[in-house]
Design a protein around this ligand. Sequence first.
Ligand code: 13P
Length: 268
Amino acid sequence: MLVVGNWKMNGNRVENVARLDCLAKGITENLNVQAVVCVPFPYLAQTEQALQATPVGVGVQDVSTQSKGAYTGEVSAAMAAEFGCRYAIVGHSERRAYQFELSDAIALKAKQAVVHGLIPIVCVGETLEERAAGRTADVVTTQVSEILDRLTVEEQEQLVFAYEPIWAIGTGKSASGKEAQEVHACIRALLRSRSSQLANTPLLYGGSVKAARASDIFGQADVDGALVGGASLDANEFIQICLNAGRARCARERTGPITRRAAWQSAP
Ligand code: 13P
């Protein structure tokens, strides 16, 4: 299981000390989960230092479409990698909405991440109106296809997808395990239709994930982890979510092997 905390635009240098210290102490190898925190760029050095002796991975919430040059305000994947970063969220719905990011740019960001050794976590998800109109599967599979179509096979095989229904983000209204599984199964079917390698792409669920309801989500066959926003700001809550994920992974391993979906779990 892969559990990724997305701090969004939260934190400050003082507050981060306690949060990172709590994660460093509470997340150990034997949790059986790859935990990652995606922090704002200015806190990368602080986060790298606080977590370097721990199994917790570090990530960013975005990267530039470009590798370097006259792009004022941008941060490249290469720069993030210099701070021990291994993951990059791309195409988050908040960036699609507020920065008007479309598939062309999102795919370029994913490419940049791969080139610099980061694992891109590509976010997809439908609005409430799209769900009400019965268009969820169509919207989500189109978003996934548009990214895949813009990448090479080698790049595609590096991706992680996160299904984040927009109506569940920051609303306290998480999808049920069943609702998440239905969409994950659609994404899995699409990936399987492309290749057996892609069928093993890790799929995360995001949207109001809290420790209390995490087991329902993690118990689903096509859910390989979570992308956690608000609850990742409370280190103890985040650790509890990781514990739940670790337990779900153990249960799943008893029922059959997971191949590439587990491969990244051994990554530092
Ligand atoms: P919340 O967990 O706060 O709903 O945020 C989800 C999210 O957007 C993670 O990327």
